[in-house]
Design a protein around this ligand. Sequence first.
Ligand code: AAL
Length: 403
Amino acid sequence: MSTCAINGISIPLVRLLGLLLLISCNEIQAPVDEKISAAMKRFHGNDSENELYTRFRYQPIQGLGYEPGVNRRDPSTIIQVDDLFYVWYTRTHDTKSSWLLADIWYATSSDGLHWSEIGPAVARGPRGSWDDYSVFTCNILVAKGKYFLCYQARQEFTQRNTIGMSWSSSPNGPWTKLTEPILKTSPDGSLKNPNQTGFSKWQDAIKPGSWDSGAVHDPGIIVRDGKYHLYYKGHAVGEKMFSDSKWGLAIADQPEGPYHRHPLNPVTNSGHETWVFPWRTGIAAIIDWAGPEKGTVQYSEDGINFEVMTSLEDIPPAGGAFIPDKFADNKDGQGFTWGLCHYGRTDWTFLVRFDCDLKRDVEKQLDWSQFPHYSTIRDVMQNPEKFAVPREALGGQAPGGID
Ligand code: AAL
């Protein structure tokens, strides 16, 4: 074999020719690359052409709107049974917290705007049980001809929470509780006051723990390849900032579990209330206000490895969408156009409706004049007096349009 020596290293001639060709190709390519800015290298297209881009529009609803004396929050995914839409949510009369001392209630509607509150679905357990303090922040799964509600549970003198489940053969109940939680916080880390009641204080740590050792929140289950994929939010014991939360995945062969944490957890590096839905052959996620990838919509072919698709503004807080194919397990996720979410910056939390274009094949609303959130500052909206702006002026539009 012919060889050639470079710096005393002998290289077969064929490999050397290949190497030279590679170097010369790179040389030809380099100037072309240099003509693309870093921003355009990571550019995947305009939002106007991006299927996963949307703007959110909001409107009031009847029956679950603002009502002094009642907190309603964290609505579930909405399902349709016969001609009725169903939603489940946290309900409490407490003035110190809108999710502790709570029970899970449900409401129905035939148009998604006028809701009738029916009554409690799942209530707190008897004193001393693992769900005696609050059952809250629920989600619904429809599988095997049954309905499963999964939710956060707290015991009165225990800081770390659990995820519980109840099932029923009808969306109207009655609901049967599983005797044990389906997920618990990772047991590591050490809290300063593990048996304190009231708000969870996973920040106060003697020893920090893993990412979901402080709390397992916002459970929601999707069916995929015949298995039950439970997505949830985790907080770490010793977490420094409230918005350092991340999402994880636990998988089971049966709706009731046992659920096993995925070895690649956490599967997101950001996100508060979990919001995942089947999209085409994979899973999409809306990451709201928490973490370095806040305000993004992400996609994952396998439900585990998520990539940012674009960013979104004014994401519905704790959005519970009407996702008709959430449990279809057909690798043909279509998305959704509406749902409910909560408003939490009032004395009593309440639910509102959002509409959007996150459905394949819908024509997107691209007209900017439709979106009054553009050019706003939250502090001015909340306290216009401080900025000497008359409250009546808030909804207006500055002359000159939207430039
Ligand atoms: C929500 C959710 C969980 C938290 C609290 C009530 O936004 O993340 O449910 O525990 O806030």
